[in-house]
Design a protein. Sequence first.
Length: 375
Amino acid sequence: MLSPATRSFEVRLEPLPDLELLRLRWEELESRSHCSVFLSWLWIGTWLKLICPRRTARLASVYLNKRLVGLGIVTARRRFFGLGPTHLRLHQVGDRALDSLTIEFNGLLSETGLESDTLVAFVDHLHRHERHWLTLFLPGIEVDRIPLDQMRAPDLRLRMFKRPTPYIDLTGLREDHGLYLSSVLGRNTRARVRRTARRLGERWGELEVAVAATVEERLAFFDGLVALHQAHWTAEAGEQGAFADPRIVAFHRQLISDSEPGHGAQLLRFQAGGHVVGYLYHLVSRGVVCFYQAGIDYPRIGDCGSPGLLLLTEAVQHAIQEGQSRYELMAGDMDYKRVLAMAEGRMAWLSVDRVGLRTRVMDALRGRKHGTVPA
């Protein structure tokens, strides 16, 4: 499996060390990486403390010439009351509710330039030295960072589910007068945004944007967002919403508390005439703004038009003025993402299966769900 260029990598899979020791190792490697916020210690450390059962997790370390160049957390879970085959996951736990945190821009935390090589070395080590697993799940990894040809082996099968990742190039916009609404959005979308802003102004007043500046403000904005988000998804859409599980709420409150300006959670509040229109929850790191969630007061202002488009348009313009480089709308092909984006990448949810009788049985049980195709 490994190419000649990656055969000098050494991979170790060990029990998790003390979290403070792991933090020091993680943050040192993070300083040599160009990782997303989802691979920062802020996210991973919070996930380890509040979400990931320690007994199911191991630390994967990748070395090149005795230099640490890759880190990741691998969890193991057996289905069917612990009697089924073992499934491994990278930065997920195998619990649908807890994995609804939805990690994206995932992978191993890697020294810059070695992201693909460390991933190949990691999969090769599991293939050759860890025999008691059936499937390895690698969720939410950018397609360009998955070297499929180097990961193939006769007794492994790769299955992949891809989704677009729409984004907005803020640096390019800033160099070209910095006007997002008029220079990027199509005519119909511009008209919808302007009509919504006009109706909102006539009824309530001019839209104002505030960024939470303190931990207390961030938590207060988050609580307001959760209330509006849950009210909409439970009452209007008949679904649970992203914050139905108190463990998920606790995770975000901790992450928000530990965030710093420019790294971590950013909460925006939108008001008109003193009335809250809605909130946006961003994750910000290294000049990249990821749109994570929203809470909008649809009963009050929903009939003004397209409040979601208006708030996101204002948020993008705010990010331009802040000097950010990129606004990620995150994985998905929803209409609002397509009309707001300038371009898109591709993200994959990859499964690596051992080929054999157990694989055929699991295929029959899972019914080839989730639209995965051979990679």
